[in-house]
Write a protein that binds this ligand. Structure first.
Ligand code: LLP
Length: 441
């Protein structure tokens, strides 16, 4: 009972739970996560990477870290960890969730281009498996904090490979002129490695590359892998130190609408990366490293949807003589900033009933005070769409709740998990009292 289906009464159901019933009990807007789907996606990554990077395939194993920025809660951290994933965090908040969920320190990584001392101390105190360092000054700081804590800090170097990939400029992260990483081309990455090797309080456990997000073409990952493996071979030749692990980051795309490209499966991703690593290391004459990756979106994105209730419906005359039907829902850019931020495309469907009415060209908009508050730019909806209808927007499991805001003093929606026809609240709905409670007068 995984996935979204339409029942005999026309209502959509997630994991056999009717969304009308869910809305009646929990209200809207609400994020709905299919637990079995999240678990299946996590398991698929774990088993694909285990198989493709096995020692009998000539490789040295692989770890998959779930990038918690996509969406992290105690339950989700436990689910993905139970299915064989580790957890990648990038702030004290994400770190706190992973720790409280009971994920062991060695299965947690910490990222960030501007980590606070407190974040680094917390990571060291919990014995995280890796701190991914992002600048030369940070290397000094981590060394000093490790010395003060009386531990040796396991660090990875975030390498900027120069590969430009990703769905939008704001989410492409490995070209030269952006804030992340240490440049390979300028020599900064090599310098970082030397600085770490010279510091007894630091252990260089890996080199790291993340090239961007919402990527469906695997070629960029292969280019980046070759670049990082090349740096590893240079370091080995120069210093005799063979860096044990290479992390190739996350960024695997998902399908938001039927118009989107079909993304590669975890198996295709794992075998393509395994081939690239095997061939490159053979060319370089270096032993293969352990590999890790950090998918976020592709683990939770397709497993979530947002449920809204339709309010005002209004026809607007267009210059070309046509009309556009503006369908307002009870949420908007505060629960999904992605259309406004990245021009991201979504779709929507009636969730509580079906309709025989002909389709109209509709735009689903939110309730915020901005004309850019768009949920779905262009979607065909039945002409009789009306106040009280439920609308489901699929593929909002990643970067929906995690990027939600309280713009216009709107309380953030709950995250509901559905499994075997039953719902459970993972994150409760915010109340106006929660928001007013922050205001000290
Ligand atoms: N690892 C690192 C170092 C990252 O910076 C990211 C994403 C990931 C892994 C996970 O990438 P994923 O597999 O989820 O694509 N908020 C944006 C995307 C920005 C992601 C930033 N880093 C969005 O809504 O599309």
């Amino acid at each position: 009972s995984t996935g979204v289906r339409r029942g005999d009464d026309g209502a959509l159901a997630v994991a056999s739970l009717d969304l009308s019933d869910l809305a009646a009990e929990h209200g809207t807007p609400a994020y709905v996560l299919d637990e079995a789907d999240v678990r299946a996606r996590a398991r698929a990554f774990a088993s694909a990477f285990d198989a493709a990077f096995a020692e009998d395939a000539g490789l040295a194993g692989a770890d998959v870290y779930y990038a918690g920025k996509a969406f992290l809660s105690l339950a989700v951290a436990r689910w993905v960890h139970e299915e064989g994933l580790r957890i990648d965090t990038s702030t004290d908040g994400e770190l706190a969730v992973a720790i409280r969920a009971g994920v062991p320190g060695e299965a947690i990584g910490l990222h960030g281009n501007n980590k606070s001392d407190e974040e680094i101390r917390t990571a060291l105190a919990h014995g995280v498996g890796r701190i991914v360092v992002d600048s030369l000054v940070e290397i000094e700081r981590v060394g000093a904090l490790a010395a003060a804590a009386g531990v040796r800090a396991p660090v990875m170097v975030r390498v900027t490979t120069g590969v430009h990939a990703g769905g939008h400029d704001f989410i492409a992260t490995a070209h030269e002129d952006q804030k992340f990483g240490l440049s390979l081309a300028s020599g900064a990455a090599g310098k970082a490695v030397e600085q770490i090797l010279a510091d007894d309080d630091l252990e260089l456990v890996g080199l790291h590359s993340h090239i961007g997000s919402q990527i469906v073409d695997l070629a960029g990952f292969e280019v980046a892998a070759r670049a990082v493996l090349g740096l590893r071979a240079d370091v080995a030749a120069r210093t005799g130190y063979l860096v044990p692990e290479v992390d190739l980051g996350g960024g695997y795309g998902i399908r938001y609408t039927a118009a989107d490209d079909v993304p590669p499966t975890p198996e295709q991703i794992a075998t393509t990366l395994a081939d690239a690593v095997r061939r490159t290391c053979a060319d370089l004459g270096t032993p293969v490293p352990r590999i890790s990756v950090e998918p976020g979106r592709s683990v939770v994105g397709p497993a979530g949807l947002t449920l809204y209730t339709v309010g005002t419906v209004k026809d607007v005359a267009l210059d070309d003589g046509g009309t556009r039907t503006y369908v307002s829902v009870d949420g908007g850019m505060s629960d999904n900033i992605r259309p406004a931020l990245y021009d991201a495309a979504y779709t929507a469907a009636l969730a509580g009933r079906t309709s025989d009415a002909p389709d109209v060209t509709a735009r689903v908009v939110g309730k915020h005070c901005e004309s850019g508050d768009i949920v779905v730019t262009d979607v065909a909806l039945p002409a009789d769409v009306r106040a009280g209808d439920l609308l489901a927007v699929p593929a909002t499991g990643a970067y929906g709740r995690s990027m939600a805001s309280n713009y216009n003093m709107v309380a953030r929606p709950p995250v509901l998990a559905v499994r075997d026809g039953r719902a459970r609240v993972l994150v409760r709905r915010e109340t106006l009292e929660d928001l007013l409670g922050l205001d000290q007068g």
